[in-house]
Design a protein around this ligand. Structure first.
Ligand code: CA2
Length: 143
């Protein structure tokens, strides 16, 4: 089983800028943790990041028929992107929305997600653990 992890804008700067807000863990550190868990679970993962909305849309489209699930941290596009929402619906690949921070404990504009209604579920606020829980959630069958 293959699970695709997609990371959106600015997440390439994790651990490198504003550590007081986002901590010192880098996206590469998160990938290591995800791969460790995936190996234990016997799941294969692909881990990608882009600052470009259209690139994320393309990757979601291309996941159809290849990946069993997507774990998506769309970053700020979460709150703005109808394109990502439409791509998730069009691809039909079960998608789990994840966030490092608890978006509901932050600014009002982060409380709304354009993609949550078309995702299987949302995991927010657990740091690296959000990604690990996301992996578990992505391979759960049924509703
Ligand atoms: O909590 C999350 O995972 C977010 O998706 C992170 C996004 C934010 O826009 C979402 O509302 C919640 C921001 C990622 C930005 O990461 C940075 C890392 C270092 C320095 C600046 C930004």
């Amino acid at each position: 089983m293959l699970v695709l992890f997609l990371n959106g804008p600015n997440l390439n700067l994790l651990g490198l800028r504003e550590p007081e807000v986002y901590g010192r863990t880098t996206l590469a550190d998160i990938e290591v943790r995800v791969r460790e868990l995936a190996a234990k679970m016997g799941v294969e993962v692909e881990f990608r990041q882009s600052n470009w909305e259209g690139q994320l849309v393309d990757w979601i489209h291309d996941a159809r028929g290849i990946f069993a699930g997507i774990v998506l941290n769309a970053g700020a596009y979460t709150h703005t992107s109808i394109a990502l929402r439409d791509a998730i619906v069009a691809a039909g690949v079960p998608t789990v929305e994840v966030h490092l921070s608890n978006v509901h404990a932050r600014e009002e504009f982060r409380h709304r997600s354009m993609i949550a209604p078309v995702c299987r579920g949302v995991i927010s606020g657990f740091g690296v653990m959000s990604y690990l829980l996301g992996l578990e959630a992505a391979i759960v069958n049924g509703s």
